[in-house]
Design a protein around this ligand. Sequence first.
Ligand code: ADP
Length: 428
Amino acid sequence: MPRPSSPRLLLLLPTTTYRTAAFVEAARRLGVALTVASDEPSTFESSQPAGLLTLDFAHLDRAVEQAAVFAREHPIAGVVGVDDDTAVLAAVIVERLGARELKGNPVTAALAARDKHRQRVLLAEHGVPAPAFELHALEEDPAGLAHRVRYPCVLKPLRLSASRGVMRADDGAGFVSAFGRLKAILKQPDVAACGEPARHFLVEDFVPGVEVALEGLVADGCLRVLALFDKPDPLDGPFFEETIYVTPSRLPERAERAIAACAQAAVTALGIREGPVHAELRHNDRGAWLIELAARPIGGRCGAVLRFETREGGNAKRETLSLEEVVIRHALGMPLTALEREQRAAGVMMIPVPGTGGGVLREVRGVAEARAVPLVEDVAITAHRGQTLVPWPEGSRYPGFIFARGETPEAVEAALRMAHRRLQFVTG
Ligand code: ADP
């Protein structure tokens, strides 16, 4: 139970998120007072006026005033957003409530992290290695464009996430076909609702090489790498659905250092000052390349793969922390002494949508058998029976996740693959 004097955290949660439980549990463990803000009123709000808050996420000005009114009665010591949109709202709230007392990012930085075009412009201005890019409008003539762009290239939307709508094209015919698919995705009502950004897209040079994901924490503009994940399945397109993440990375130390330096340069270029970042980078014989950096922690359920150890006050006892605890502690200015990821290797597999056409999920077989694979800690099937599974690039939701922990990254990767082989998704 939080004590009456406990600092209060304002946690901004989109209604559709897997993350609520992990953050609520983290706040409980830390003994902080928690206010969960979301954009749909909860039936429990009147019974817990300090614990739940409705903010109009779609209208930043309104949401920030609502938060300010709330904060007058319940002073807030930290604000955390968990996805790209709530990270922007968190920055706006911190700016409104007093950026001196609260840790947060400048609004311009949070906006640049959310918008792929703005991000590319800032990276180029600061000389951070990143793909060459051009901004185009959906009304342009695809056949004409197809003649002008360089191949291989990547077409991508400005605001979507989880690789939705990201496609590689190797020639003119591939470009025209990818353009048609991207246009249809950007016209879907949930996407078109974001207005102007849904009427444009980027065309970038395809950067070859191995890809890693970097999980980090920024304090006063300095990036601390919390974990570096290898992505052992090649991500060469034409679509970029993720599969396995394993940490620690097996890349040579020099490559890891180049990757960390590139991520720090991106943090500086975007103006990020505080809080979690999640970045995708590539590495090839020309060094490290920034593909994307987001001002939020790793998405979906994947955060569960990370565990940290910290030591309070010199050689006092070691404590194990979840990623969510690290993020909350940082937001509230609580100590994070000698923070390190646990010694063991860990990995997660984002389970691919089965087959090429997806379909309606009827049944998932073999879950118990997959869970029984040594080193596997959990198999979480998040899709429900009757759900339509949509493959990439139109889709962006994995039907589930497999988690494993072991002595080496090789053993963890093998366990994830074996567990996946035991699963059977029946669709129809
Ligand atoms: P999202 O935010 O939707 O995940 P990204 O820009 O991170 O979009 O792209 C998703 C994935 O597509 C990346 O992780 C990477 O594998 C691939 N990708 C994107 N842009 C490029 C590029 N220019 N060159 C090579 N691969 C790319």
